[in-house]
Design a protein around this ligand. Structure first.
Ligand code: SF4
Ligand code: MG
Length: 458
């Protein structure tokens, strides 16, 4: 998911519109639903629905959403069904006012907490784990002096990945889980403070980057300024897959350029698995930057292999398998003039189920490519993600079930090589222990409670 928020004390900015553009820049992080809530000193107005940002909002709706602060969300479903009721922001009655909350990430123990709360008679309106968080904050608030204390108590209870933005009657609060699994950055436009999943959203709205919200940090913005509260412990474990695939190439996460990393991944991949060929092509868009790096290192020309239909969202994210099949063909068409008769190195960022690569290789062969050598700029995805990226169960992960040679055969490639974990580590200057790599290494940084199932609430 993608989240954006802004606090504008003097109301000089139209906060809903700024949020709209912020979300537009984060659309790659989720295409299923979009929503914005604004706060006008305690009264929260909101609008949310299934669809892309520009489908859900128009000028009339945005003009109604007036206030001094706003939060917004684009949804990519991992927990909970793709229903309208599951769209965010989640807006709830809370003590003397409303509270609105947006969440990027996935809890691993929401099912346990929810079960307990339901046993005590709690009612839930949605099937998203974010509602568990709202519920706990509200409960913990009763015995706390302020909401930050209630959030700290909630952080003791919830496990997993969460970057949160919360609107209360007089505050905008940003929270990042103690592992910093999902990104969250802070910026400013004049005297307004904003938060976003990625810096590309700050750039879009003309905000100046201040810093990343730290793992385990609660940042509170009020009319009196900014206050930081720290959880009792924190570790750096940002998701490495954000760099490989999920984030936009022009973003910086924890100060590191996504583009630079992708290019280095391509270079490292070439060092490990060079193959003699005529051209290097990338699977648009996710494989392009790594392909440029590979091409530079290999001194083999980079060439455009496909034309991409720009008017389609990311294929992978649509939840139904049938939709995914169609959308690969809708999205890409090979450039026959560039590939016919050529020996091609094809670069992609990752293989999950293998559906995309198989179709793309077939397209290239149909377009006359003589050889197709597939190179992947990340290690094999062997384990599911429980922290908010929609990778499937092990039985659907192709690399968890077949050897690399078998996969090459299934995909129809002349050869296949992945980047090694050591290679990934070297690209991150041997600091990979400061990132989550669980989908490659199986080393989950939290326990995964018994009975955990991403679709538990469906
Ligand atoms: Fe990211 Fe993989 Fe860790 Fe999930 S398991 S948070 S995708 S690195
Ligand atoms: Mg891709």
């Amino acid at each position: 998911c993608g989240i954006f928020g802004i606090y504008c004390p003097d109301k000089k900015l139209e906060v809903a519109k700024v949020t709209y553009f912020g979300l537009y820049a984060l659309q790659h992080r989720g295409q299923e639903s979009s929503g914005i809530a604004v706060n006008d000193t305690g009264t929260i107005l909101y609008h949310k629905d299934n669809g892309l940002v520009n489908e859900v909002f128009n000028e009339v709706v945005l003009n109604h959403l007036k206030g001094h602060s706003a939060i917004g969300h684009v949804r990519y479903s991992t927990t909970g069904k793709n229903d309208r009721e599951n769209a965010q922001p989640l807006v709830v009655k809370y003590r003397k006012g409303h509270m609105a909350l947006v969440h990027n990430g996935n809890l691993v123990n929401a099912h346990i907490i929810r079960e307990k709360l339901e046993q005590e008679g709690a009612i839930f309106q949605t099937t998203i784990d974010s509602e568990v968080i709202a519920n706990l904050i509200s409960r913990n608030r009763i015995k706390s002096d302020n909401i930050e204390e209630a959030i700290l108590k909630t952080m003791d209870e919830i496990k997993g990945a969460y970057s949160l933005l919360i609107l209360t009657p007089n505050k905008l609060i940003a929270v990042r889980d103690p592992y910093g699994l999902r990104p969250l950055v802070m910026g400013k436009i004049n005297n307004s403070i904003c938060f976003a999943s990625e810096t590309c959203a700050l750039d879009t709205v003309g905000a100046e980057y201040i810093r990343d919200v730290e793992p385990g940090e609660i940042v509170t913005v009020t009319k009196d300024g900014i206050k930081s509260t720290k959880y009792r412990q924190s570790f750096k474990h940002l998701c490495v897959f954000e760099f490989i695939y999920f984030a936009r190439a022009d973003s910086y996460l924890d100060g590191i350029s996504v583009y630079e990393i992708r290019k280095k991944l391509g270079k490292q991949l070439c060092k490990e698995s060079y193959v003699e060929c005529d051209i290097v092509i990338g699977v648009p868009d996710s494989g392009t930057t790594a392909a440029i790096g590979f091409s530079e290192e290999a001194k083999i020309p980079f060439s455009e292999g496909f034309v991409k239909n720009r008017y389609i969202g990311r294929t992978f994210i649509k939840p139904e398998q049938s939709q995914r099949e169609i959308s690969v063909r809708l999205k890409l068409n090979p450039l026959k003039n560039n590939v016919a008769g050529k020996r091609v190195v094809l670069i992609d960022d990752s293989i999950v189920r293998g559906t995309t690569s198989r179709k793309i290789i077939k397209m290239l062969r149909d377009a006359g490519a003589r050889e197709v050598h597939l190179r992947i700029s990340s290690p094999p995805v062997l384990f599911p993600c429980y922290y908010g990226i929609d990778t499937p169960d092990r039985k659907e992960l192709i690399a968890a079930n077949y050897t690399t040679q078998e996969i090459a055969k299934i995909l129809g490639a002349d050869s296949l090589e992945y980047l090694s974990l050591e290679g990934l580590n070297s690209v991150f200057e041997n600091k990979l222990q400061n990132f989550c790599t669980a989908c490659f290494s199986g080393e989950y940084i939290t326990e995964i409670p018994e009975g955990f199932n991403k679709y538990i609430f469906e």
